[in-house]
Design a protein around this ligand. Structure first.
Ligand code: NDP
Length: 327
């Protein structure tokens, strides 16, 4: 038997509880992982509360992040005792995920935990950090350089936002942080931001093109904020868009793209090819000061996963939440 967060679909919506399940209930897969840590990301909040239909089949064990030790493997790539992680690939939405003490998964989804990280470190980073790195890689590959000016991060006090700030600052960029929590100025400056912007100044539709402020940007909130970010990005600059915390609309014009030659990169972590994931994790091992991320991470037990899912959608979570599934 193992403990898990369990989601069921009813006429009244999604119901979540923590219960014991038999190992025989686990889905198909060639590797059995003894899970040590998972996380609560925004998407886990949507899944557990049922606020948005991210879960494709029920019953579901949520948790888009998994880190633990291989217990048994029918794949030659992994052996018992290996430390492994998964981000996305549909776990937690169409295949049972990491908010459980066991996970049976496809070996193709597993990434070895980089040697410099513990399994807890790997989940402090989690999908948020891996996505932040995908955004940074998009800006780097575009040619955004520190000497070209500031890089803006929106949704700054959240998971993707806070790790983006830490990564950009370590790489020598000047970082501006947009937040609705001005009281978190100290937290954001400790991560490496030098300019704090009230997110209210970006949240409503503005000029189609405005003052050129940003050499690049990482946007986690979408909607009018993303439109305003594109409108104030410098000539030939780039914006990496990964989120929808404000909304999934995008009320913009073509002007930033055809007058300013701004490039908008879409970032998807869920189905990113294996080589892209490996590159991101190698760069995280090289460029992320993991102590900084551990300092903004709370570690909670499995029973706290459901209340924390509600908190993250209410914008009450700062930094990262790791779930110790054995606590
Ligand atoms: P968090 O909840 O940790 O962070 C989101 C942040 O957005 C909040 O902390 C808050 O920052 C800001 N925010 C919340 N509500 C609003 C609002 N109404 N208007 C403007 N800003 C708001 O979530 P994550 O970091 O886990 O994820 C961030 C986003 O990125 C989510 O939309 C998520 O779905 C998406 N995502 C996408 C991925 C992909 O593969 N494309 C992968 C991972 C995440 P503050 O308080 O500082 O204003």
């Amino acid at each position: 038997m193992f403990r898990a967060v369990y989601l069921q679909k009813t006429d009244a919506g999604t119901i979540a509880d923590v219960r014991s399940l038999d190992e025989s209930a686990l889905p198909e897969g060639d590797v059995l992982v003894s899970v040590e840590y998972s996380t609560i990301n925004y998407k886990d909040g949507l899944a557990i509360t049922g606020r948005f239909p991210v879960v494709r089949t029920f019953p579901m064990v949520p948790g888009i992040d998994v880190a633990g030790t291989v217990e048994s493997s029918a794949s030659p790539r992994f052996k018992p005792g290996d430390k492994v992680l998964i981000n996305g690939y549909g776990v937690g939405d169409f295949h049972w995920g990491g908010l459980a003490q066991k996970a049976r998964v496809k070996s193709d989804w597993l990434i070895p935990v980089p040697k410099t990280f513990s399994t807890q470190n790997a989940m402090a980073i989690g999908t948020a950090g891996y996505t932040a790195m995908l955004c940074v890689l998009a800006l780097e590959k575009h040619g955004v350089r520190p000497e070209q000016g500031s890089v803006l991060v929106t949704g700054a006090a959240g998971g993707v936002g806070s790790i983006s700030i830490a990564l950009l600052a370590k790489l020598g960029y000047t970082v501006a942080a947009s937040t609705g929590r001005i009281e978190e100025t100290g937290f954001l400056k400790n991560l490496g931001a030098t300019q704090i912007i009230d997110r209210a100044t970006l949240a409503t539709p503005g000029e189609m093109v405005g003052e050129e402020k940003w050499a690049g940007a990482i946007d986690t909130v979408g909607s009018a904020t993303l439109a305003n970010v594109c409108a104030t990005t410098k000539y030939r600059g780039a914006v990496a868009a990964c989120g929808l915390a404000q909304g999934l609309d995008f009320p913009t014009s073509v002007l930033p793209f055809i007058l300013r030659n701004v490039t908008l990169y879409g970032i998807d972590s869920v189905m990113a090819p294996y080589a892209v994931r490996s590159e991101a994790w190698e760069r995280l091992a090289r460029d992320l000061e993991v102590d900084k991320i551990e300092a903004v991470t709370q570690v909670l037990g499995l029973d706290q996963a459901i209340p924390t899912a509600h908190d993250i959608l209410a914008g009450k979570v700062r930094g990262r939440v790791v779930i110790d599934v054995n606590r």
